[in-house]
Design a protein. Structure first.
Length: 504
């Protein structure tokens, strides 16, 4: 215990150094604004900032790059809530309840809950990183391909509950998302599939393009024909209007805690990420709620849980990266590469070989999240003032930003066309009440699901019993079956009730 306190004191002293404080502030500020801009995301921002860090002290450089990463989790919810436009793919689930709450005249409250929940989720995960990083890393190593496949199937089935209406429509959209994820190059054979001779599809559909189209462009198309009185309006934001009431505090703290736990668990697993964590946290809250019909209409739990979860996941993602040298996603891979450029080898020996850097980075997470809280709450009024911009000026500008952001990700005009195509698809999905969120999750998980399915069968010599042989995988399979039965049972009961009514 004394050794831990000594390490924390050393880390805090490092994090509070003038240079490290400055670059931490730069990182979280850039991250917030990048998260709020549609289409850019943390990967692009970190990649652009990486060459600048070659001339910095390694600790200061990593503190800044990490600040950009978790800062985008805060900023990503801003456009989601105000414009139904996810600044990052991880914020897509926040659109489901954040935007309806803003339409009810409570954008300040929604943004305040986002900031508080994000801070809580991050703090929860940082505590885990500080005290249990080696233990959690060893647990994560127990996950093989069979376990990853099983937990992802559970996430996909749970995603069917993200829809406000029929769970069958949710499952159908998950299947469509999985099918879209198949397009591109086969990982094992290197053969093109479902590209239809289009070279630009050799790497599949770009995630940012799909998300921006389904949520952003579809929202613009849906609002074009509406009378001015039916569009999102704005009233002056006061501090009192932003603060939750005592009853609202009671509503949000438990979902924020559960979201932090889900996010910490998912983030510690290599190969997952904040996007999966936020979807799973939302699905959990809707499943255990006594009034699930409120979700999709401005439920506070639908904001608190995913925002807490994706921020917890962003912090917990450093556990496998730092402790094992295994990056959880592309962003962590870039940070891992940056550490190697600085001559630092991540892995079990990192804590003992570079204790000042390790504990300085961990304590900078606290400092950075406090900065984000102080930075974001005063800016709420400024963000909400975006809604005072006339609609005929605001949404064309947003559309331009979407196209610029998507184009800048891969310098591809084809991705801009994909955005517009999925925007039209998303518009018609709205007209027929098909949810976009399950489709997006299916698209995100599809390639990973296929990869781990193939690998598990290869290790099991083609025998599917491999998914039931391993205890952790078996638990997830059972939970998936229970989830599936629980989702479809009400549908079956309604069909039987109608058939009995028709017979009588």
């Amino acid at each position: 215990m004394m050794e831990l306190l000594s390490n924390l004191a050393m880390g805090l002293q490092t994090a509070l150094g003038l240079q490290n404080l400055l670059f931490c502030f730069i990182g979280v500020t850039v991250g917030t604004f990048v998260g709020a801009l549609p289409g850019l995301g943390p990967l692009a921002a970190i990649s652009l900032a990486l060459p600048i860090t070659y001339y910095l002290d390694p600790t200061a450089a990593l503190i800044m790059l990490a600040g950009i990463f978790y800062g985008t989790q805060y900023g990503g919810a801003i456009a989601s809530i105000l414009l139904n436009l996810p600044g990052t793919a991880t914020a897509a689930v926040t659109c489901i309840d954040g935007y309806p709450l803003a339409r009810q005249g409570k954008p300040g409250l929604a943004l305040f809950i986002t900031a508080i929940s994000s801070f809580f989720g991050s703090s929860f995960a940082i505590l885990l990183v500080m005290g249990f990083a080696p233990l959690i890393a060893s647990f994560a190593l127990a996950f093989g391909s069979a376990e990853y496949f099983s937990v992802m199937v559970l996430g996909l089935v749970a995603a069917s509950t993200l829809t406000v209406g029929s769970p069958l429509k949710g499952l159908a959209m998950v299947a469509v998302g999985l099918a879209l994820g198949l397009a591109g190059t086969d990982v094992d054979t290197g053969m093109y599939r479902f590209t239809f001779g289009i070279l630009e599809l050799s790497d599949g559909f770009h995630l940012v393009a799909v998300a921006m189209g389904l949520f952003g462009v579809a929202e613009i198309l849906s609002n074009v024909g509406l009378p001015a009185g039916e569009r999102l309006t704005h009233k002056r934001i006061s501090l009192r209007s932003m603060l939750p009431s005592r009853q609202e505090w009671k509503v949000i703290w438990k979902p924020a805690l559960r979201g932090a736990m889900v996010g910490s668990f998912v983030g510690a697993l290599p190969g997952t990420g904040p996007g999966i964590a936020s979807f799973m946290a939302y699905a959990l809250e809707k499943k255990i709620s006594r009034t699930p019909k409120r979700f999709g209409h401005g439920a506070l739990e639908g904001i608190a849980a995913p925002e807490s979860s994706n921020n917890a996941s962003a912090q917990a993602a450093f556990i496998p990266t730092l402790s094992l040298g295994i990056p959880g996603d592309a962003i962590m891979a870039v940070l891992l590469g940056a550490m190697m450029i600085y001559g630092i080898t991540p892995g079990p020996a990192l804590i003992t070989e570079h204790p000042t850097m390790f504990w300085g980075l961990i304590m900078s997470f606290w400092v950075g999240n406090i900065m984000l809280l102080i930075l974001n709450i005063p800016l709420i009024g400024i963000w909400v003032r975006m809604l005072t911009i006339p609609y005929h000026l605001l949404y064309p500008a947003v559309l331009v930003f979407i196209c610029i952001g998507v184009y800048s990700a891969d310098n591809s005009v084809f991705d801009v066309y994909i955005v517009l195509i999925f925007g039209v698809v998303g518009y018609f999905m709205r007209q027929f009440n098909y949810p976009a969120a399950p489709l997006l999750l299916g698209f995100i998980l599809g390639p990973l699901l296929e990869e781990h399915f193939r690998r598990a069968l290869l290790l099991g010599r083609g025998n599917p019993i491999v998914f039931l042989d391993r205890p952790i995988s078996l638990v997830f399979v059972i939970l998936t079956l229970l989830f599936l039965v629980g989702s479809l049972l009400p549908v079956v009961k309604r069909v039987l009730a109608r058939s009995e009514a028709g017979a009588s």
